[in-house]
Design a protein. Structure first.
Lengths: 499, 326, 159
């Protein structure tokens, strides 16, 4: 089997006018729903599923995949423009992207996100074509113990997300982890902190919490200083990237892509880790590390590339093993089953045009997204010139509907309102929200895998060091922790001396 | 409902009460949009069946049947909404073995009246589960060997499930109680992560829904020992049933359509007939069978009997296995 | 006697201790188990203790390290009240009024939180967004919420 003949086969499927058309529709829809807060790709794909019954399988899947990565693009747009990460993967983009927007560089931030994502998408697609089966076996090596160690590493790395006090960042992570324990305990089925509210049995919803703590809270902060900035951002300068920008994002994009491609393969949260692990890594490695959190372009380039690369490679477990790694993939499996194709280890050999067609369509889809998004940047940026007193009511309105649409329930709207108060109180005490959200995302996975590993090992904790993979992840975590703590300790010492 | 219609409704209700009879509203039913509540997230099995049936009802009855997902708390939130909605046939909902037979025992409190329950319309489809084992971890070629193997090393082996109290988990508990073996239960959130860990050998075995598991079996990643339906499954025709070894062992994941309690029987009847006809349609039969699903279809009475039997069966398993109540 | 050098951090640390205590209190009935057989209460209790320790460290730091100079805090209670209550009002009346009126009242109400608000603009914006939302969410995306709910006379409740 020759890779080029395979890609040729894929191209001959993906570039059929009809498939290009459905791919385009998918990308367009995905971008649109990504921009609307709350309404995620999962809900959209589910609603469109019946429409795909009448389409040939390739077209149906190409369209659904388009929605998925279109939403990844769209989600970062709101993160940058109005500090509203609609997807867990764009939480990190909001940190520096929104600061860039405030400095009048929204255009550059969005362009970086689009170009970085395109580059990452291209590389990840090639990787998918060349090495899908071996990468899938990596996913199989990750059992509960390995996931636990990976999550520990992720948490340690996330301390680096904070630009202020290390202690406060750690407190926020732990607070986030605690919020993640709300809901039914997976292992025993015991409800925790639900206060007999049935809606809480499945835990707090990420999108509702994130909209409250980022989006609405940001409006509160803007309104209290309104006399200083009625427009919210400085004058917009330059939509495109300068030569200097390109020089700065080159390495972050490459490293983000590599990290994202690898972590994306892991089902169950790998892609989520990718975006902020790469942010944390850049903050360490970049010569402009001090600028992070204040609008560093690297802080947008790295997580966006990582996130898009991860989104592409998250197809690997689904396509090669037939096992969906996230809810969107589960829906894709559902779509395939309805089309009479049961995804499984045999799909590559049984349905080569479908398999290779989808891979090539991922690349063409990413190309379409760039073509679609670059001209849109001007439009988005113009949105910021709308006077703030007209913009913020609209944002609140869309957040409310978005929160409602998560489960078609007003409960999530109340959760959002509640967390806007929490977020606001925290920001008054100078706690940063990003580590809290990451703790919230990782908490349940950390606990589940810890307890699952202990169950499997019959209560023997050496399971975490017996597996070489788990052991090396833990060792890396220790090293990272040392790196994170050392400068701050020495800084503290300096401060103590100057006193 | 606006005031005028409320008054009309109240008048009709009063007249009904006075006359002690139900008006025949089935003839012009449905005269407006019908909402179909799916108490699980979009994209799952229940949602798929709900949407398939809603689409056909739409075509046959000439009114829109809109699917509304109300996920949460193992289906309890959506069913609570269904129970609270007007029993006029314009809100109906999907229910499953978990939400309508297991939760009755598993949850200490439900957001609706357990005794009153629902008016069952028709069973739609059932999915048999299949017992799959990781061939490197479990040296057994059939259920008898498995039981012997587990008895030799009690408590040493693990089985995965898609969550505490799911039909997949309780199938495992049923095996433990009926065969007298002890295994460690390892719950996951959803079955895909669980089957992955069985394929990879982190967990030894699990009961899984047939469509996804069948592919792993065909690719030789896991070994199928038995199916949990009383009859063999089309997708795995050479796999024996559990019942052939442990008589009466049945653990299927079924999905059906319900109306709120108190819905006029004529309307329930009418919907039941339509649903049965939809499922009997050869194209629908073919579509469901290709998914590895057994098409069902039943009258309201048959469905009620079935639910009562299932509720009693699972209550016993939950009690015997000491599953903590939620 | 120690002097509080950073009041904000002092309050922040105390809040974290309070949060930890709240989680321990409300989770008091959860079985903790032990490190080998963890119960549902083990993880939350551990985390609460860690959070309280971190809170104590933050307090400690606030007594030693001087606060960085910040601009004076400004408070705008009217804006906070409106922006926080708006989603709650939205949730309460959505089912009754339907999307269009709810959206209109939300926009007009919340817009008055801004000192640049102007009734004419707010009403126009409210009408425009209400129309957009109905078109987008009830027509195109068929969200299960009607444009006009049962509380609205004449047109309400029809679908």
């Amino acid at each position: 089997m020759d890779i080029f003949s395979n890609l040729w086969l894929g191209a001959s499927t993906a570039f059929l006018p009809m498939n290009l058309f459905y791919g385009f529709i998918g990308c367009l829809l995905g971008t649109a729903i990504g921009v609307l807060p709350g309404l995620g790709p999962t809900a959209t794909i589910a609603m469109l599923l019946p429409i795909t019954f009448g389409l040939p399988p390739e077209s149906a899947l190409i369209m659904l995949a388009g929605i998925f990565y279109g939403a990844q693009y769209g989600g970062s747009t709101t993160a940058v423009l109005i500090n509203l990460p609609g997807e867990s993967s764009s939480v990190v983009t909001a940190i520096d992207g929104y600061q860039m927007a405030r400095n009048g560089r929204a255009g550059a931030a969005l362009a970086t996100a689009a170009l970085g994502s395109f580059f990452a998408g291209t590389v990840a697609t090639i990787l998918l074509a060349v090495a899908a089966p071996p990468l899938a076996s990596v996913a199989l090596n990750f059992g509960p113990a390995e996931y636990f160690s990976l999550m520990v590493l992720g948490l340690v790395a996330s301390v680096a997300l904070a630009s202020g006090s290390l202690l406060k960042a750690m407190a926020m992570i732990v607070f986030g982890l605690l919020l993640g324990t709300v809901g039914t305990d997976v292992e025993s089925g015991t409800p925790r902190y639900v206060f007999d509210v049935p809606e809480l049995y499945d835990g707090l919803n990420f999108v509702a919490v994130s909209m409250g703590i980022f989006g609405i809270c940001e409006i509160l902060r803007n309104l209290e200083n309104e006399q200083e900035r009625s427009v919210g951002v400085k004058r917009v300068t330059g939509l495109m990237l300068t030569r200097e920008d390109f020089r700065r994002i080159r390495w972050p994009v490459l490293r983000g892509t590599a990290l994202g491609s690898f972590l994306g393969v892991l089902p169950g949260g790998g892609a989520m880790l990718a975006s902020f692990a790469s942010y944390a890594m850049e903050k360490r490695l970049s010569p402009n590390g001090a600028e992070f959190g204040k609008g560093a372009i690297e802080g947008v380039a790295a997580p966006e590339s990582a996130n898009n690369a991860g989104a592409q490679t998250s197809f690997i477990p689904m396509l090669t093993l037939g096992i969906p790694g996230n809810p969107v993939m589960a829906l894709m499996v559902g779509a395939m089953i309805l089309q009479g194709i049961t995804p499984g280890p045999n799909v590559i050999s049984d349905e080569p045009d479908l398999f290779w067609g989808m891979i090539v369509s991922m690349w063409s889809g990413n190309l379409m997204l760039v073509i679609l998004n670059l001209p849109l940047i001007g439009l988005w940026v113009r949105m910021l010139t709308v006077p703030y007193h007209l913009l913020f009511p609209a944002i609140i309105g869309f957040c409310c509907i978005g929160a409602y649409s998560i489960n078609n329930s007003v409960f999530d709207v109340f959760v959002m309102a509640g967390f806007s108060v929490v977020g606001f109180a925290l920001s008054k005490m100078r706690f940063e929200p990003a580590p809290l959200l990451l703790g919230f995302i990782l908490g349940p996975m950390l606990e589940e895998n810890l307890r699952r590993a202990m169950l499997i090992s019959q209560g023997d904790p050496t399971i975490f060091v017996r597996s070489p993979l788990s052991l090396s992840l833990l060792l890396v975590a220790v090293v990272v922790l040392g790196l994170v703590l050392s400068p701050s300790i020495s800084r503290k010492r300096e401060e103590a001396f100057t006193e | 409902m606006n005031l005028k219609r409320f008054m009309t409704f109240a008048a009709v209700a009063a007249a009904m009460g006075a006359a002690g009879m139900q008006p025949s509203r089935a003839d012009d039913y449905p005269s407006k949009t019908v909402t179909v509540i799916v108490p699980f997230a979009a994209g799952g099995n229940t949602d798929t069946f709900g949407r398939l049936v809603a689409e056909e009802l739409d075509k046959r009855l000439g009114q829109r049947f809109i699917v509304e997902n109300k996920p949460g708390a193992g289906g309890n939130i959506g069913l609570g909404d269904l129970a609270r909605s007007e029993p006029d046939g314009y809100t109906i909902g999907m229910g499953t073995v978990s939400s309508n037979a297991i939760n009755q025992t598993l949850y200490k409190s439900l957001p609706y009246d357990k005794e009153k329950g629902f008016a069952p319309i028709s069973l739609i489809a059932s999915l048999p589960n299949v017992l799959v084992v990781n061939p490197d971890k479990i040296k057994a070629n059939n259920v008898e060997e498995l039981i012997a193997f587990l008895k030799a090393e009690p408590g040493k082996h693990t089985y995965a499930s898609s969550g505490v109290g799911t039909s997949i988990h309780l199938a495992g508990e049923l095996l433990s109680t009926k065969a007298g073996v002890t295994m460690t239960h390892v719950p996951y959130k959803g079955s895909s992560q669980a089957i992955l860990d069985v394929v990879a050998g982190h967990v030894d075995m699990m009961f899984d829904n047939i469509p996804t598991a069948a592919q792993q079996v065909k690719a030789g990643k896991v070994k199928a020992l038995a199916v949990t339906s009383l009859e063999k499954a089309d997708l795995l025709a050479d796999v024996p049933t559990m019942a052939s070894v442990i008589p009466g062992f049945e653990a299927t994941s079924w999905h059906g359509l319900f109306a709120p309690a108190g819905t006029p029987p004529e309307i329930v009847e009418k919907l039941s007939k339509e649903v049965q006809a939809i499922i009997a349609d050869p194209a629908m039969q073919a579509k469901l069978k290709a998914m590895g699903v057994t098409p069902e279809g039943s009258t309201s009475e048959e469905f009620q009997v079935f639910i009562d039997k299932e509720t009693a069966k699972w209550a016993e398993v939950i009690k015997a296995a000491n599953v903590p109540l939620q | 006697m120690l002097k509080i050098r950073n009041g904000r951090d002092f309050v922040g640390g105390a809040t974290m201790i309070l949060v930890g205590l709240l989680f321990i209190w409300f989770g008091r009935e959860l079985e903790a188990g032990n490190s080998f057989q963890m119960g549902p209460g083990y993880f939350p209790t551990m985390l609460s203790l860690i959070l309280m320790a971190l809170g104590a460290l933050i307090i400690g730091q606030s007594l030693v390290v001087e606060a960085e100079q910040d601009g004076p805090e400004t408070w705008n209670w009217k804006a906070y009240g409106l922006v926080i209550l708006a989603p709650i009002g939205f949730g309460l009346v959505l089912a009754g009024l339907g999307l269009a009126p709810t959206m209109f009242f939300l926009i007009v109400g919340v817009a008055s939180a801004s000192r640049y608000a102007n009734w004419r603009h707010s009403i126009l914006l409210g009408l425009f967004l209400a129309a957009c939302c109905v078109l987008l969410f009830t027509k195109l995306l068929s969200l299960p919420v009607s444009a006009f709910g049962p509380w609205v006379p004449f047109v309400g409740g029809l679908s």
